[in-house]
Design a protein around this ligand. Structure first.
Ligand code: AMP
Length: 421
């Protein structure tokens, strides 16, 4: 489907789609929205970054906008506070004109404001399992009118030991309801959960790995301090339309954006701490061609409309093979084949092997003709000469209110994360 009109959303929901700046549905949206609108149970195999939130949020808003207000009719359960907040924010944006209310419920913060909001009445609750059970136990949430249940990132909930809590929640909600289950992977426990909670589900799947196979990949081995130089050479020798460049750090994204501009490219960088306005301006500029190049970190790249990206360049290799596939999935989608270049230094060799295993094929090694690979590192260029952070030093993160990579577009899996929801 080319645009959102074919779904026949109510005008107030359509206004939300416009406000969010979405012009065409992502693959998961194109597949899931009709099924959810039909009232079907849905098993959605999709990771963060695919647009799965709107895939369930839009039909829920459309359904709830008709009917009695102020009672909990939709419950979305998510593994972490951060994801809960993100879902809540998406619902607020998309549902702004509907007047429907959404609140978040999670642990680690005072329960009283949540109780007050629940007392005042809300239509949608986005919750982490632990605190949700507290409210159920104390009788501070009334779920007797629940119509739609969403279990988001079910595999993460399983990883974090939340499945027994989920099963307890299920005992406290009406059995006649619509249930949507989203998971990036299907371990046997999730298959069993799906079997238990879904009735006659429609399965929708977006396979990023499949997208990645239509892309031609190449890796460019290079010393860390020569990456920027090699990138400039690559850009000069490649016929590119729109290029998305990934860096590991915000600082590097900013600096690379500036260096590209100095070289005469129309480039913008997206870093996590840009204001919403500036972020939107950069995104719009990339979309309409004002900027040919966008430099971003994984987190900042969330939400980039990807259909027109001709080249993805990994200035820094991602931390996980999932993130690689996810980044690369941004090109090659628009029927044409896309190109993906990854600059790798010697520290990245084991990640290259991991990615090759995931893709099931070796990545082609390439060299740029005439490039002086032996140039020594200048002493002053500390940031770029510094070896990158070791991949295995990434620690699991607790649920804090802070932004974490756990729900960046990388789709990275954080096993062993402590629970506090
Ligand atoms: P999600 O996978 O739900 O976390 O969404 C990833 C990002 O894609 C979010 O920043 C959304 O705002 C954005 N997004 C979702 N649907 C669309 C769409 N149809 N067009 C452009 N961006 C979208």
């Amino acid at each position: 489907m080319k645009d959102f009109k074919g779904f026949n959303f109510r005008a107030d929901v359509a206004a939300g789609i416009e406000a969010a700046g979405y012009t065409s549905p992502t693959p998961i949206q194109a597949e899931a929205i009709p099924a959810v609108m039909d009232g079907r149970d849905v098993m959605g195999l999709a990771q963060t970054g695919t647009g799965k939130t709107a895939a369930f949020a839009l039909p829920i808003l459309n359904r709830l906008a008709e009917g009695k207000r102020g009672q909990v009719r939709a419950l979305i359960v998510a593994p972490t506070r951060e994801l809960a907040e993100q879902i809540h924010e998406s619902i607020e944006t998309l549902g702004k004109k509907t007047g429907l209310r959404s609140i978040t419920v999670y642990g680690g913060v005072n329960i009283n404001p949540q109780i007050n909001k629940l007392k005042r009445g809300t239509d949608i609750v986005v919750a982490c399992p632990g605190r949700l059970l507290d409210h159920i136990g104390q009788g501070t949430i009334n779920l007797s009118r629940l119509e739609v249940l969403v279990l988001d990132e079910a595999d993460h909930m399983f990883d974090m030991g939340f499945l027994p809590d989920i099963r307890r929640v299920l005992k406290s909600i009406p059995s006649t309801r619509q249930t949507l289950l989203f998971s990036a992977t299907m371990p046997s426990e999730i298959k069993k959960l799906a079997h238990d909670v879904l009735s006659n589900p429609e399965t929708v799947q977006v396979d990023n790995t499949a997208a990645a196979t239509t892309v031609s990949h190449a890796i460019y081995p290079v010393a860390q301090h020569l990456k920027t130089k090699l990138l400039m050479e690559l850009l000069q020798h490649t016929d590119t339309e729109s290029v998305l460049i990934f860096t590991r750090t915000k600082h590097r994204a900013k600096r690379l954006g500036e260096q590209l501009e100095k070289k005469g490219y129309t480039a913008a960088s997206l870093q996590g701490n840009l204001s919403q306005n500036r972020r939107q301006a950069a995104l719009n500029g990339f979309r309409d061609g004002t900027y040919q190049i966008l430099v971003a970190t994984d987190i900042a790249a969330r939400g980039i409309d990807v259909s027109q990206v001709s080249h993805v360049i990994n200035y820094d290799i991602p931390d996980t093979p999932e993130a690689y596939v996810h980044r690369i999935g941004r090109t090659g989608r628009a029927a044409r084949t896309g190109d993906a270049f990854t600059l790798v230094s010697s520290e990245d060799n084991s990640m290259v092997r991991t990615i090759e295993r995931k893709l099931g094929k070796p990545l082609e090694r390439k060299k740029v003709e005439g490039f002086e690979y032996d140039t020594k590192a200048p002493h002053k260029d500390k940031e770029f000469a510094r070896p990158p952070r070791q991949h295995n030093q990434r620690r699991p993160q607790k649920q804090t209110g802070k932004k974490s990579a756990a729900h960046g577009s990388s789709g990275a899996h954080f096993r062993g994360t402590k629970r506090s929801g």
